[in-house]
Design a protein around this ligand. Structure first.
Ligand SMILES: NC(=O)c1ccc[n+]([C@@H]2O[C@H](COP(=O)([O-])OP(=O)(O)OC[C@H]3O[C@@H](n4cnc5c(N)ncnc54)[C@H](OP(=O)(O)O)[C@@H]3O)[C@@H](O)[C@H]2O)c1
Length: 252
């Protein structure tokens, strides 16, 4: 049984707590938060502390706090020679204090506290300085996920920037779509099947092959009409830039 102490109870650790507590290969022996929290009824038996000096013994301490806080927090953690991991895509393993054994346990998914995720399908990117610790993270990952991959900090930084494009930017484009429709009182959910099919399609086709639309077809009349329909200057710029990228790529 791998014993974990979870540090922080935000989007990531609220899901990780469920996954680790529900596996018979892992146990959450304690949760630390700096603020008061309300745990779901099912997990209220998990010991909770707001005092770092009361941290229990564990095989691994999972620090899922804001990226900017990781370095200072790990330096002030009253532990020595313990396995301390962070869960960030964009932060190097070197941003953890060397007074402990360092690692990374990055679940490659977008988490919000109140949404349901299928943890088993989430790739877990692991990294550790020590091969024994790497093996422990591999085992902990396999307890909660079907896909655990060894990824170093440089590779993880690349994955993170790619993830910003395919998740954060795409989500903002959803917002732009919603905003355009709102002006005429058209409900956003009319686009939901299209959004779902777009995501679903790349399970079988490469993004390059899945591309459709006026830019790909080089349909100049439609592109011009769309530019006239857009009143927001920034949306026009985004439309023009993405159109240019698609046209240039597919003209090759
Ligand atoms: N959200 C995602 O989709 C996602 C996906 C993969 C990885 N990650 C990574 O996972 C980590 C956590 O992200 P998150 O989205 O779960 O963050 P979050 O929802 O903003 O929660 C952050 C948690 O950290 C605590 N915290 C922040 N600064 C702290 C400090 N100095 N000392 C103690 N506790 C502190 C917060 O406590 P308070 O409530 O007291 O502020 C809160 O419990 C980040 O490294 C992030 O990059 C996030």
């Amino acid at each position: 049984m791998i014993k974990a102490v979870l540090i922080g109870y935000g989007n990531v650790n609220s899901h990780l707590l469920k996954a680790l507590a529900n596996s018979n290969k892992t146990a959450v022996v304690q949760l630390y938060t700096r603020s008061e929290i309300q745990l779901p009824t099912a997990f209220q038996s998990i010991p909770h502390t707001q005092d770092l000096n009361e941290l229990k013994e564990a095989d691994v301490y999972i620090v899922a706090i804001s990226d900017d806080a990781i370095l200072d927090f790990s330096e002030n953690l009253p532990l020595n020679n313990q396995l301390v991991v962070h869960t960030s895509g964009g932060v190097s393993i070197d941003n953890l204090s060397k007074k402990n054994r360092r690692g990374v346990f990055y679940p490659l998914q977008t988490f919000s506290k109140d949404t349901v995720v299928d943890f088993k399908s989430i790739p877990i990117c692991i990294e550790a300085d020590d091969p024994k610790d790497e093996a422990l993270l591999q085992a902990m990952g396999e307890a909660v996920s079907d896909r655990v991959v060894k990824i170093n900090s440089d590779e993880r930084a690349k994955i993170h920037v790619a993830a910003v494009f395919v998740n954060n930017f795409v989500n903002y484009l959803y917002y732009i779509g919603q905003d355009i429709l709102k002006q005429d009182g058209i409900p956003f959910d009319i686009l939901t099947p299209l959004i779902q099919e777009t995501a679903h399609k790349i399970e079988d086709l490469s993004p390059e092959k899945a591309q459709t639309g006026p830019a790909k077809r080089n349909d100049k009349k439609t592109i011009e009409k769309h530019q006239h329909l857009l009143h927001n200057e920034t949306y026009k710029e985004v439309y023009a830039l993405l159109t240019k990228l698609i046209q240039e790529h597919h003209a090759k």
